[in-house]
Design a protein around this ligand. Structure first.
Ligand code: FE2
Length: 291
């Protein structure tokens, strides 16, 4: 899920396709199983309960690639959301429109078994294993819905770049503080072997308390592990924040100010874990431009 455009269609109806579930091969389902079982093991004890509850209630398991029709029967009843098949990354406007209508755009193809860790764009494992379970949680579902509505406004006032950072540091790579530990909820971590291992086992990254101003100003690299993750306390807080923030004013303000890199810790940051920085110390010299 991302705003980077492959299609140029600006209307939702031109982005929607049929999942054609019956066309998945035995090999496709076998790949799903391998990915599912590996990730379940990797994030065990480190992913938030709301995510695991979603997997269970939606019946998303290792047996086969989920059939959207069946998933949607439950999902719609729980939170009004449905998963809708799209051919790949879609442009910002129809993307936000779908979220605003409680439709989650999901890719239908699955990576090959030979390339379990390599993804040029999100496949069905990322989109469904990563994103869909939390859509069964009412508070998270409301946040995604409101994010879509704010995204539509952002399209009108040149704010998509800033809002993409909010997506990146919450929906894709967010962490949540629980009494037992800091846990994973971001789909980009949940669905990625490398990123999940890194979050769980590697002390390099910073964990900072989530702050919307900080996040809107912090760039990111799309092609490597994160140097900094932002930690929320409750999904309800994210929704309230969207309701209470005048985003258009923030885009205007932050457009005129320099971006932060994901490497720095600011004096006003609340540090939950200060990373060693070992993994990413060589990044700035080798990376292309921050998003
Ligand atoms: Fe995604």
């Amino acid at each position: 899920m991302s705003g980077h455009a492959v299609l140029t269609a600006q209307r939702v109806e031109d982005c929607v396709i049929d999942q054609a579930w019956e066309r998945y091969s035995a090999e496709d389902h076998a790949t799903w199983r391998i990915l599912f079982e590996r990730q379940r093991e990797t994030v065990k004890g480190h992913v938030c309960r709301e995510y695991l509850d979603g997997l269970e209630v939606l019946g998303i398991g290792p047996e086969a690639i989920p059939d959207f029709q069946r998933t949607n029967a439950t999902l719609k009843r729980l939170t009004g959301w449905e998963v809708v098949a799209v051919p790949g990354l879609i442009p910002s406007r129809p993307f936000f429109q779908m979220l605003a209508d409680r439709q989650f755009p999901a890719g239908t193809f699955i990576r090959s078994r030979a390339q379990l860790d390599y993804l040029e764009e999100p496949d069905i494992f990322h989109d469904v294993f990563g994103h869909v379970p939390l859509l069964a949680n009412p508070a998270y579902a409301d946040y995604m819905n409101e994010y879509g509505r704010i995204g539509l406004v952002a399209c009108e006032c040149k704010g998509v770049k800033f809002l993409a950072r909010l997506n990146w540091y919450t929906i894709e790579f967010g962490l949540i503080r629980k009494p037992e530990s800091v846990q994973i909820y971001g789909a980009g971590i949940v669905s990625s072997y490398g990123e999940a291992k890194y979050v769980v086992d590697n002390p390099s990254a910073n964990f900072l308390a989530f702050d919307v101003h900080r996040v809107l100003r912090t760039g990111y690299y799309i092609d490597d592990l994160q140097a900094t993750y932002f930690v929320i306390d409750r999904f309800e807080d994210l929704f309230d924040l969207l309701k209470q923030t005048d985003f258009a004013a923030l885009y205007d303000r932050y457009r005129a100010q320099p971006d932060y890199t994901p490497f720095e810790i600011r004096p006003e940051d609340v540090i939950i874990r200060q990373g060693t920085g070992d993994y990413w110390r060589s990044f700035p010299a080798t990376k292309s431009r921050l998003k």
